[in-house]
Design a protein around this ligand. Structure first.
Ligand code: RAM
Length: 527
């Protein structure tokens, strides 16, 4: 259909704009606060907890050959580069020293053997680094950026003929966040204050020179993560030039047919993960741009990126027949994400998201005077709503169903609510019903729970929204979270989309949205 690059004219300019909005990174030197031992304890989350064993100074002075290994606790999650020094204690270095470093976001990560590796994502993501040191008595910085609270150092090889100490270790932590958002009112419930702080910390760690999804993994810009990070940023740090950068970067790196790649990398030069498209993420781009424009009043960016918005709708609408989104309508086969949940049937959800995206895109282009497109899109949304009710809403049971198997899930209800397909009364009933149905498919990530909470707020279920937030995110806190996790199912501590929990990210962008909910809806969360 597209013989040539649809964005030939704009691409270079968009990438330039992205570069112009690239933030500075702020650096901070952080030292460990204590030495710890990892204790196997079946009563705690993931079976491991840390126990204090002293002050880091103890290690700095003693022979590392005697000590053999040490586990540092930096007291909080850090993203940055690890520097250390080995100092001669006696005689002269006559052979290289081999050390193994393991960076860990959570206690289980430092204690679970990595090999034989059962995971489905590259083992390369695990933060273990073996290095050979031929010259000591100088500072050495590991080339790899770590995301960690704990660092284990193990001695793998040293000469019998001389002795040395591990005399210094620190992390140069980095983030592009420069400000501290105002604190919540004193009267806010303590649990909510703690959730807010942890959410802010999570977002701060992920705000680098793009919104990363996770500083440990995948360290790149994914559109779904961007949407939620930018939303939280609007209500917290308010550093929206980062959103601007990411919007232009994604635009500049879109495919020749105008579809956005689901994720992009910055280094060595900006490039997309070619061939990776995710329909729900593409549509969320439009929502992100609208939020950004409303928060900043930056109409120029809206004008510039209008063609991208239009293209995402164009591609999505090519899967719509008789008002219904049909993922099997034609090739290429689509990736619809919505959650890391095996067996989730996304039909109702994508229908809802497309309706929402049409309406939000219409709102956006109306702001730049494009009435014709706005009217066209709102009309299409209306048609899709009617079709959605017929296909997915079962008034007899008061629930939204999805797919041939009539699957009932939290997400199907939520997306139908967010898109306005259900009336407020129906919406309430659907959410109440799904919450009472033990067989309903539940979300498995903070990403998916975000939309459930947003839906609950949309239909005035304030009490339920607050309870979902405090139970779910509060549950992570109770289990020791310093930053919020990529996946969390209170019933399954080894849950991993990649079949190995240590490769999960434990500081994950998409879990930062309590900071948004709490600040956007003070009546619900700050009373
Ligand atoms: C994972 C990342 C990211 C998410 C994608 C779909 O690889 O964790 O956050 O957006 O999946």
């Amino acid at each position: 259909m597209f013989a040539q690059d649809v964005f030939t004219q704009q691409r270079a300019f968009w990438l330039l704009e992205a570069e112009r909005s690239k933030p500075e990174l702020h650096k901070e030197i952080c030292y460990p606060v204590r030495l710890v031992n990892a204790i196997n304890d079946r009563t705690v989350w993931q079976d491991w907890r840390m126990e204090s064993v002293g002050d880091p100074d103890v290690c700095y002075q003693m022979s590392f050959k005697e000590k053999q290994q040490v586990l540092f606790d930096f007291g909080r999650h850090l993203t940055g580069y690890l520097t250390f020094r080995l100092t001669t204690l006696s005689r002269v270095q006559d052979a290289p020293i081999k050390l193994r470093f393991i960076g860990a976001e959570v206690p289980s990560e430092v204690s679970t053997p990595f090999d034989p590796y059962p995971g489905t994502l590259s083992r390369g993501w695990l933060q273990d680094e073996i290095i050979t040191i031929t010259e000591i008595d100088r500072d050495i910085t590991l080339p790899r950026r770590f995301a960690c609270r704990y660092v284990k150092v193990e001695l793998l090889g040293a000469s019998a003929d001389f002795d040395f100490a591990l005399s210094k270790i620190y992390v140069t932590a980095q983030t592009s966040v420069q400000v501290r958002p105002s604190s919540l009112p004193e009267s806010t419930e303590t649990k909510i204050k703690q959730i807010d702080l942890t959410a802010l910390e999570t977002l701060k760690e992920c705000m680098q020179t793009v919104y990363e999804d996770g500083p440990k993994r995948d360290q790149r810009l994914w559109i779904g993560d961007l949407y939620l990070e930018s939303l939280a940023n609007i209500y917290t740090y308010k550093q929206l030039s980062l959103t601007r950068r990411c919007l232009y970067l994604l635009a500049g790196l879109s495919a020749e047919d105008g579809r956005l790649h689901a994720n992009v990398f910055e280094h060595p030069i900006p490039h997309p993960q070619t061939g990776t498209f995710c329909m729900d993420y593409s549509l969320l781009y439009n929502l992100t741009l609208l939020d950004y424009v409303k928060a900043t009043g930056d109409m120029q960016t809206a004008e510039d990126l209008f063609p991208v918005v239009e293209m995402q709708l164009h591609h999505a609408l090519s899967y719509v027949s008789n008002g219904l989104f049909d993922q099997h309508l034609h090739e290429p086969r689509l990736w619809l994400f919505f959650d890391w949940c095996d067996g989730f049937v996304p039909d109702a959800s994508i229908q809802g998201l497309l309706i929402l995206a049409l309406n939000r895109s219409a709102e956006l282009v109306r702001m730049i005077g494009r009435k014709a497109e706005a009217n066209k899109w709102t009309q299409l949304a209306r048609k899709m709503k009617i079709a959605a009710r017929r296909a997915y809403y079962r008034p007899d049971i008061g629930l939204v169903i999805s797919g041939d198997g009539q699957q009932i899930s939290y997400l199907s209800q939520s997306w139908m609510i967010l898109s306005g397909v259900l009336s407020p009364k129906e919406a309430r009933r659907a959410l109440e019903n799904v919450m009472q149905s033990p067989s309903a498919v539940r979300p498995r990530t903070p990403y998916a729970w975000h939309y459930v909470i947003e839906a609950a707020i949309t239909c005035n279920m304030h009490h339920e929204a607050r309870k979902l937030l405090t139970d779910y995110w509060g549950g992570m806190l109770d289990k020791g979270a310093d930053t919020f996790w990529e996946v969390y199912d209170p019933a399954d501590s080894s849950l991993s989309p990649y079949h190995f929990a240590p490769v999960n990210s434990y500081c994950h962008a998409w879990s930062c949205t309590p900071a948004y909910f709490i600040r956007r809806y003070p009546d619900i969360f700050q009373q």
